[in-house]
Design a protein around this ligand. Structure first.
Ligand SMILES: [Cu+2]
Length: 630
């Protein structure tokens, strides 16, 4: 039984979606399912849904035949057991699948030419070799392979069976592989540098001479009365907050229907929050790195990359976990246990004042954390959505894991940081695109850009102290392409101009950006053609159901221009309408020596802060810390 129309697909529903296409469209064992996901119902149906209402379920499916090669998109009615749409998408490659990644390794490691190339470098223990397939962009694919589904591989070598493969790059050796036939198309075998002897291990038993510090005492989080949140199906409620949790192959965690109870009513803030793309161009033109322009979401999928969490390690406290169900490339469901972590955290002081007569009033801040972790080959992304008692929503990303490295002889290349003996980590960038389908007090919202301006000295401003805010609404999509500007402290508010607060101003939420950086990419580069989204801090579009992927639906081998750059050429109105906010943020990663051999988390974030959404501080009613303060 489906409890709510936004609940993710169940294992049975994945099976049913695949079965309908096998029965009605001849999808046989030679096909792969790239993705199966819920087609979310229309927003007005969701808004008016009441428990017990009938629910119609539909699945979107992308699949292709390994023999014929054409990608197909299907819409399947699970309720009616029927195919509603079946469209060929010639010239596009579906996202990569984990099955292909594993199968490419198996096929290549058994190939005599691969074995010979490894032997030439003195590598004969094949069990220690990892062949790691990357997707790569269309214009970089050799002309004769352009019509194929291709992968480009790195080769890594473990020093010991449990050693870190990314500790030892097999420099200059790459395979171009047909992902459908698993045929080895080409070997790129450049003479490797002599290199040095880097130490790239991080497991304590493998780090020579490592003595773990002995002065770390136990730290336990106790919640004797249990947590303050409640999970009912996929609906999470905590203090005044409510939201629904979703999950799919591509975005991983999706948070729907975010609302805040204010008096008797729950006021909507966002219809849907997720990460819609992550683009990671490596900024090193050397043959070992020039094809590295990963679309971690569009090519690989944050959901597919999600890993299980472990109590006491990943999350601390009174935890509730939510499992996620996804599917393999045969359409068979599988479960990622403990995929989403729900817990509360103490967050220091929320507000405080000491009065000489009345003494101190101090409240501790607590936050509700909804998180998940994805491992994308060498890298980890830890994603935290945090909801605070003062109405703030904060989204934090922590990047950790192992950096890609190469060996060098002589001078280090200027496009990386030396992190070990004759070993460098190339500069690269992680552009994350948060998709925020906002709904401040209702669907019709407007974005206002505000900047601070110093007023010149004049009779009215004799001391030059006056500072004013200049604000204007963004009316069309071309207006909505916004860049961060530190000098003016530029910021953006999503407001509902039809809903005024006690002070007579529109209710709103402000996007507080703190991790924006310029793309610093040549306009004529292939990556800019494929990922034009990285060119702005903010994009605003009117909501359209099919506009979900900011760098295009099919990023794998994409040629370019799909997604936000294309949609926004229509220059549609974005005033007083159902808008989607796309925020580009991330890490301009100039590696540090300390990022090696495993990176301490590099943390970036942004916030959505109430700005006139409430009439005053909404956290006046937070009581002193139970049992501690008075
Ligand atoms: Cu990085």
């Amino acid at each position: 039984m489906t409890a709510h129309p936004l609940d993710p697909l169940t294992a049975d529903e994945f099976r049913a979606a695949a079965a309908v296409l096998r029965r009605d469209r001849g999808v046989d064992e030679r096909w792969r399912f790239a993705s199966i996901e819920l087609r979310e119902p229309a927003k007005d149906l969701v808004r008016t849904f009441a428990p017990g209402d009938p629910v119609r379920r539909e699945a979107r499916v992308t699949c292709w035949s390994r023999d014929e090669g054409t990608t197909y998109k299907a819409l399947v009615s699970l309720t009616d057991d029927a195919v509603l749409a079946w469209d060929a998408v010639p010239g596009e490659q579906a996202n990569m699948t984990l099955d292909e990644w594993h199968e490419a390794h198996e096929a290549l490691i058994a190939h005599p030419d691969v074995i010979a190339a490894l032997a030439k470098r003195g590598i004969t223990e094949l069990d220690l070799v990892l062949i790691d397939t990357w997707a790569y962009g269309h214009s970089l694919i050799p002309a004769e392979f352009q019509d194929r589904r291709v992968g480009w591989t790195d080769v890594w070598r473990r020093s010991t069976p449990m050693g870190n493969p990314y500790a030892n790059p097999v420099d200059g050796l790459h395979f171009v592989v047909d992902m459908n036939t698993l045929e080895l198309l080409r070997i790129e075998d450049d003479a490797p540098p002599v290199g040095g002897s880097p130490m790239g291990e991080y497991r304590p038993d493998l780090v020579p001479g490592l003595v773990q510090r002995s002065d770390v005492k136990a730290l336990e989080i106790l919640q004797p009365e249990g947590p303050s949140f409640a999970l009912d199906g996929n609906e999470l409620r905590w203090q005044n907050w409510s939201m629904r949790l979703g999950f799919n192959y591509r975005e991983g965690l999706v948070i729907h229907r975010v609302g805040y109870r204010d008096g008797d009513a729950t006021r909507p803030i966002a219809h849907r929050l997720s990460f819609a793309e992550m683009v990671v161009p490596y900024r090193d033109p050397s043959p070992d790195h020039h094809r590295r322009t990963a679309f971690d979401i569009g090519e690989w999928g944050l959901g597919f990359m999600t890993t299980s969490l472990e109590l006491g390690c990943d999350c601390l406290g009174d935890i509730a976990y939510v499992d996620a169900v996804l599917h393999d490339s045969r359409g068979e469901p599988y479960t990622i246990g403990n995929a989403i972590c729900l817990h509360e955290e103490d967050d220091g002081v929320l507000w405080k004042h000491v009065d000489e007569r009345a003494g101190a009033e101090v409240r501790r801040s607590r936050r509700m954390v909804v998180s998940f972790h994805a491992t994308v080959a060498n890298y980890e992304y830890l994603i935290y959505w945090r909801f605070y008692q003062d109405g703030t929503i904060e989204c934090e990303v922590r990047a950790t894991g192992i950096m890609v490295t190469s060996s060098f002889d002589g001078e280090a290349p200027p496009t990386g940081t030396v992190v070990d003996d004759q070993t460098y980590a190339p500069f690269h960038q992680h552009f994350i695109v948060a998709r925020m389908d906002m709904e401040i007090d209702g669907p019709e919202n407007t974005v206002v850009v505000s900047e601070s301006e110093a007023v010149p000295v004049s009779d009215a401003n004799p001391y030059g102290l006056a500072l004013v805010q200049r604000s204007r609404p963004l009316l069309t999509e071309s207006d909505g392409k916004q860049d961060y500007d530190w000098a003016g402290q530029r910021g953006w508010k999503v407001v509902n101009r039809a809903r005024l607060n006690r002070l007579g101003t529109p209710t709103g939420y402000k996007l507080v950006a703190s991790a924006s950086f310029p793309a610093l990419v040549d306009r004529n580069s292939p990556i800019m053609a494929r990922a034009g989204v990285i060119d702005h801090t903010l994009w605003v579009t009117p909501y359209k159901e099919e506009e979900r992927w900011p760098a295009g639906e099919f990023c794998n081998q994409s040629r370019g221009s799909a997604g936000l750059p294309q949609w926004t050429t229509a220059d549609r109105s974005i005033a007083d309408t159902d808008i989607v906010l796309w925020h580009v943020f991330g890490i301009h990663h100039i590696p540090r020596p300390e990022d090696w051999p495993v990176m301490p988390v590099d943390t970036v974030s942004f916030s959505l802060k109430p700005w006139g959404f409430f009439d005053r501080n909404p956290a006046l009613d937070v009581p002193p810390n139970p049992g501690r303060c008075h």
